[in-house]
Design a protein around this ligand. Structure first.
Ligand SMILES: [Zn+2]
Length: 451
């Protein structure tokens, strides 16, 4: 594995440091990190996607050490430290149905103190919005173990509220937002077998990979278009705290998929309607229906006339068949409403969805519908609605998939979808600027500069 550094910032995606209130000495060393790590998992031998060769190769630890030098201890620090009383901290995770007041009542606090602490927190978070998984940190001074000294309310890895008892016995709250540094990372790989398996072995996060495949499913028929040797690159963010610890992954920013006959790129952009993914011309990637409502399935039967494998006579096969192992999740091809979940002798267990623009989709031979999928329920594009099985008239486990437009079956492989959203004017200008920045990182500094 080789890591290549460049020094460029992504203006679009870098949310600035947000520290709402003083953080104390420990957090005072804010080091602006102008770091980009490009993780190069598979080196492309051929020229076009060759990473910048003179960028050198250094490890993440080296880079962080270089940009986060150990701070010199402040001369006062040694003197003042011992005067801070030692605190013991007890963590209590919020469980389903628990209220802040009930949790405060578990501690040696009077009812009035609990109310005051709750009110103080209310300046930053409505106590009713405390959720299971949030954590309360009760702190006691070692020399006074029966008086709550302060309460931390940990809402996420980067956000907490500190409720502190003041001299006069009242409570004050402050909100602390950890300044996380997003570091763009590029993972490249070559497709061997499926894109999913190749992405996993290249180290892509499964959630990110799921999004990637779903977005590409609008334009790529994974059965026919993707071959071994095709290449992919994904640019996304990893968030690190000030100590250089990884905290969480961020959004996918740009991707490059080089197929044997075309190259497909998409870019995340904060449009006026919120963040979404667009192609290089500023057209939204999303379309009414996914091309392939199943991941990793193998197209075994196309749309058209053929001899029925069981009944023998020639008939119209009004959909596509994807062979896949029993239990493979089936995704809703588009946003819509469940029209029916039925079990018939032909289709076996099947789901019919109704979408906008007169489209309906049908998914047959399921082992079972997914939990909660029943007539009248709203589903989102990509949501799992059932699992591959072999119920009904079938010779093996597969998904039989049909698309109907205004009541007639049409070939899902060749649907012309109504055009989606296209960026224009000012928004398009902002998009192109952002796109060029992303391309420089995704493709390397010498590429993507052509416009
Ligand atoms: Zn079929």
């Amino acid at each position: 594995m080789q890591r290549v550094a460049a020094v460029k910032r992504l203006p679009c995606s870098f949310r600035g440091f947000r520290v709402s209130l003083p953080l104390g000495r420990a957090l005072a060393v804010v080091v602006p990190v102008l770091l980009l790590i490009i993780v190069d998992l598979t080196l492309f031998a051929r020229g076009r996607l060759e990473p910048d060769s003179d960028a050198g190769s250094r490890s993440l630890a080296d880079l962080l050490a270089e940009h986060h030098p150990e701070p010199e201890p402040h001369p006062d620090e040694h003197i003042s430290a011992p005067t801070i009383p030692l605190l013991r901290e007890y963590a209590r995770t919020v469980r389903q149905g628990e209220t802040l007041l009930a949790l405060l009542a578990e501690q040696p606090l009077t009812h009035n103190e609990a109310l005051a602490a709750s009110r103080a927190m209310g300046a930053y978070l409505d106590p009713r919005r405390l959720r299971p998984g949030h954590q309360l940190l009760f702190r006691y001074r070692e020399d006074d173990p029966y008086t709550v000294h302060s309460i931390g309310v940990r809402l996420s890895a980067e956000r907490r509220i500190e409720i502190e008892r003041s001299e006069d016995g009242t409570f004050d709250a402050t909100e602390i937002v950890m300044p996380l540094t997003p570091i763009p990372v590029v993972i490249r790989g070559e497709i061997r077998g499926s894109l999913y398996a190749s992405g996993m072995s290249a180290g892509l996060d499964p959630n990110l990979l799921h999004t990637l495949i779903q977005l590409y499913s609008f334009d790529v028929d994974f059965q026919r278009d993707v071959r071994s040797g095709d290449q992919f690159a994904v640019l996304f963010e990893e968030y690190y705290d000030e100590q250089g610890n990884w905290v969480r992954s961020g959004a996918m920013l740009a991707t490059d998929l080089v197929l044997h006959d075309r190259t497909l790129r998409m870019y995340r952009f904060n449009s006026d309607e919120g963040p979404d993914y667009f192609d290089a011309e500023g057209n939204t990637i999303r379309k009414t229906l996914l091309r392939t409502p199943i991941e990793g399935g193998r197209l075994t039967s196309g749309f058209g006339h053929r001899a029925h494998p069981i009944l023998g006579y020639s008939h119209l096969h009004p959909g596509l068949d994807f062979a896949a192992p029993i239990g493979t999740p089936i995704n809703a091809a588009g946003d819509g409403v469940v029209e029916a979940v039925r079990n018939t002798s032909g289709f076996g267990i099947h789901v019919i969805l109704r979408h906008t623009n007169g489209f309906r989709t049908l998914y047959a031979h399921m082992r079972s519908a997914a939990r909660g999928i029943r007539s009248g329920v709203r589903v989102n594009q990509g949501q799992v609605i059932g699992y591959v099985g072999m119920t009904g008239l079938t010779t093996g486990p597969h998904l039989h998939y049909e698309v109907h437009l205004n009541g007639r079956p049409i070939n899902p492989a060749t649907i012309e979808f109504p055009p989606g959203r296209t960026l224009r004017g000012n928004e398009l200008e902002r998009f192109h600027q952002n796109r060029r920045n992303l391309e420089r990182i995704l493709l390397g500094p010498h590429l993507g500069d052509d416009t």
